[in-house]
Design a protein around this ligand. Sequence first.
Ligand SMILES: O=C(O)CCC(=O)C(=O)O
Ligand SMILES: [Fe+2]
Length: 386
Amino acid sequence: MATAVTAIPIGLGTTNGVNGAHMNGNHVNGHTKGAASLPPFPTDVPKAPLLRLSLAKLQANDPDEINRLNRACEDLGFFYLDLRSPGTGQNLLDDADRLFTVGEQLYELPLEEKQKYDFMHKNSYFGYKGYGANVVDRTGRTDRNEFYNVSKDDILGVSDPWPAPDVLNNQRPLLKNFMINAHSIVSLVLEQLNNHLGLPPQTLQNLHRQTSPSGDQVRFIKAPPQPMEDRQITLGEHTDFGSVTILFNRLGGLQVLPPGRDAQWCYVQPLPGHAIVNLGDAMAKFTNGLLRSNIHRVVSPPGEQGDHTRYSLVYFARPEEGVLMKRLNGSEKIPELEPGATEEDITAKDWIIRRALGHRHALNKEKAMDFESFQGTEKLSRREGK
Ligand SMILES: O=C(O)CCC(=O)C(=O)O
Ligand SMILES: [Fe+2]
């Protein structure tokens, strides 16, 4: 199949020749034509107050922008990052556009083909997760999306490659570029947070070296439209398992639950040219809750957007495999543990497997509904007393 997506000129409204007859994958003005022709995000739904940060300003060490980053990471744990600047930011945006097309192609493969790449029985969360394979709540309801997780170690040659369909194998150079650029943004965020916390230089960065084995991955997600009379949660509420997540959305549907007892779920409106960035469990654990790993979930896209297929593209950066998910020493800002409190000795590798495969009903039967045993930092994230 002709899948030379990297060679497709961006900015031409012509068919890209990649399943072009039945896909909305053409590029217009740096966005997929599919994105341009989607209905707008509605104005009458509650929206989460994410700060909008600029990658260029963070790269330039702009003091106000750095303060805003620190505030966003402590208060909500989610922010927008404006990537419209030459170099890493724009390259990542362009590659994300190309990968949206790859994601659409990937999900057009027959189900039996995709199922060949479900590695849960090998105790791995890389590869394919079928529609409805995870339990999303205590009543046993199941998810309404498909995932495909591509390992950074595989693409960068840190580990042996996993079997994969041609649609992905043909895009290894594109995936590699995307991962390298995404990881460099993660490193920048970690560097700024390391400074903010006053940890010894490079502490956080050295727990996330790009060429060390880790659970870092690109995730392609597809959620088809749901019937009007039966719109349910697509991806159950959770905190992310790792350190820093960089997310690209075209349609609404992502919701965050801000801190506090009476908080309500609010939508995160996707903004063109921006990624949505959030912190995961490792950052909350390392800082004993000073930095936030916020609860979020995905529901049917709001308003007319709900009639369209929702694709997401995500880069998850996680600590290196052997790193313990515990409070870090060496910073006066990081709160002490409560007197008498102890922390479980669990590595990032085991943490991610427990969390990622815990709700797979094919592996866990009734236990998949036991949310407590697969919890991350949800309780820390609620900050209910405040
Ligand atoms: O699809 C989205 O917008 C968010 C996905 C997500 O939260 C996840 O995969 O962890
Ligand atoms: Fe998430």
